[in-house]
Design a binder for this molecule. Structure first.
Ligand SMILES: Nc1ncnc2c1ncn2[C@@H]1O[C@H](COP(=O)(O)OP(=O)(O)OP(=O)(O)O)[C@@H](O)[C@H]1O
Ligand SMILES: [Mg+2]
Length: 322
């Protein structure tokens, strides 16, 4: 069975002006041992999609559609059930580890806590396992580092601790939202290498959200491009990177594919800005910025166009770049 199947996910956030639909009709799937990368400009709904999966949307937000984890709809799950799943079957790591680690507790205790809670280990066994995990994520002298406080570690080490925390209960699904953006390029590469090794060792699936197309290209099996809360294109990484069927994807990649090889490359600037969720134009949400826009694009939302069986783009005029 597919590990994660998201169907028609639509997320509304409460605002003074009424509910704002920040994710619209997103569907995608993720198999065990696979990595799905989500890319798209700031505000495209990547984090909201991740938070809906793990049941941590902001207060007052509503999610419609289905988020099936091994056949169980997480959108229907009780808070109690979600608590049991979080940190156990699903874990998440965030961009800034300093905000997710508790500054007043030693890192060993923080990693051990999940092991005590979810795996029923006693404190001594949990600390021993925490040391093994810190060692596995590449922290030198892990046994001694158990007693360190978060501020005594470097940014890269803190992110490693966060990963150890996430792995403590051997999740089936790890969600990483910009896990390397706060790190310098060398450390970024090490963390990505670490994640890749962990997927193999732990047999988990990874949902990786990143602005960095090079990072996603290196690690993801499939990629989903989001624009203004909707999926614009989705497919196997190699095909999507080679074809770039959606004009938005082409814009993200910019004109020079060879520059992709460079680490740490950020998204190229596309003229104009993402329309706000309450100001979405009729038709295709990208038409105002699209070099290919035709009258129909301004009137009717485009249907999905298939480039291959498992590669599709939501565009009237999809095509290969160049
Ligand atoms: N608490 C909130 N209340 C109202 N709107 C919000 C809230 N959090 C986010 N939004 C809006 O929801 C939309 C989607 O946000 P989201 O955080 O998912 O984007 P993102 O793709 O993760 O962007 P980034 O790359 O900057 O992290 C944005 O337009 C954002 O302004
Ligand atoms: Mg985000």
């Amino acid at each position: 069975m597919t590990l994660l199947a998201v169907e028609g996910l639509t997320i509304s956030l409460p605002t003074p002006g009424g509910p704002l639909r920040v994710v619209r009709d997103a569907s995608f799937a993720l198999e065990r041992r696979q990595t799905l990368g989500i890319v798209g400009e700031s505000g495209s709904g990547k984090s909201m999609t991740a938070l809906a999966i793990i049941g941590l949307l902001p207060a007052g937000a509503t999610a419609a559609g289905r988020v099936m984890l091994d056949g169980e709809d997480l959108l229907m799950a009780s808070e109690e059930r979600l608590c049991a799943l979080r940190g156990n079957r699903i874990a998440m790591i965030f961009q800034e580890p300093m905000t997710s680690l508790n500054p007043v507790h030693r890192v060993g205790d923080q990693v051990a806590e999940g092991l005590i809670l979810h795996r029923g280990l006693d404190r001594a066994a949990a600390l021993a396992e925490a040391a093994r995990l810190l060692d596995r994520v590449g922290i030198a002298q892990a046994g001694a580092r158990l007693r360190a406080y978060p501020h005594e570690l470097s940014g890269g080490q803190r992110q490693r601790v966060m990963i150890a925390l996430a792995l403590a209960c051997r999740p089936d699904l790890l969600i990483a939202d910009e896990p390397t953006s706060a790190l310098d390029v060398t450390v970024q590469a090490q963390i990505i290498e670490l994640l890749r090794g962990l997927i193999d060792d732990f047999g988990m699936a990874l949902l990786l959200i990143s602005h960095d197309l090079a990072v996603v290209g290196e690690i993801a099996d499939r990629v989903m491009v989001m624009y203004a809360g909707a999926v614009a294109e989705e497919g196997p990484t190699a095909a999507l990177y080679a074809v770039r069927a959606h004009p938005y994807t082409q814009g993200l990649f910019g004109a020079l594919p060879d520059r992709l090889a460079r680490k740490g490359r950020r998204l190229a600037a596309i003229p104009g800005t993402v329309p706000l969720a309450n100001e979405l134009p009729p038709g295709c949400p990208f038409h105002g910025r699209c070099p290919k826009a035709a009258p129909i694009c301004r009137e009717t939302p485009p249907p999905w166009a298939s480039h291959a069986a498992d590669h599709r783009a939501r565009c009237y005029f999809p095509g290969a770049a160049r």
